[in-house]
Design a protein around this ligand. Sequence first.
Ligand SMILES: Cc1cc2nc3c(=O)[nH]c(=O)nc-3n(C[C@H](O)[C@H](O)[C@H](O)COP(=O)(O)O)c2cc1C
Length: 191
Amino acid sequence: MKKIVVGITGASGSIYAKRLIEELLEKGIYVDIICTDNGKKVMKYETSIDIDVWVDKLKAKYENIRLEDINNLFSGVASGSNKFDAVIILPCSMGTLAEISGGIAKNLLCRAADVALKENRRLILVPRETPLNAIHLENMLKLSRLGVTILPAMPGFYHNPLTMEDLVNFVVGKILDNLSIENDLFKKWEG
Ligand SMILES: Cc1cc2nc3c(=O)[nH]c(=O)nc-3n(C[C@H](O)[C@H](O)[C@H](O)COP(=O)(O)O)c2cc1C
């Protein structure tokens, strides 16, 4: 993996995205971040993080990071000729999930997901909503049948988590496992 697009939406749980981005940066993977307008607001509300300020701070340490403008459909990742390896959207709102399943690509995040689908690249959605209605479930089933990985933000408890960080690391570790990226974010089940 050389370049991964990380999408953040206005679903609850942007703390997962923060942790994933930190891990990818440390592994030297180029991280292209696309955050929806509601994603920015909910992230600020839940974590007190202003994503523009946070990314600027990360840029002082890493060169392999970029924060996109969600409305810039002229960005590289809007095109299939841009060689990104995967798109991961976490947390993924039911709204963004519905747009992707409907083929609507009116913002850069949905367009990048649409490109991943048409180019047969990895697309991982980490939905967060409960309970789920039939529209949510049908949209997820439709995308799953197209090869999209639906990896809900559902931490397990069999690794005996003690902190919130343990729970977050479990979900992020599952995403990295799914992309065959080595990690020791949670204790693997040995039976
Ligand atoms: C504090 C807060 C938490 C939210 N949590 C969720 C959630 O967990 N899942 C979800 O699908 N929508 C959630 N929403 C609603 C979405 O933000 C809303 O549907 C929005 O239009 C999603 O837009 P986006 O996909 O462009 O970010 C939440 C909204 C707020 C204000």
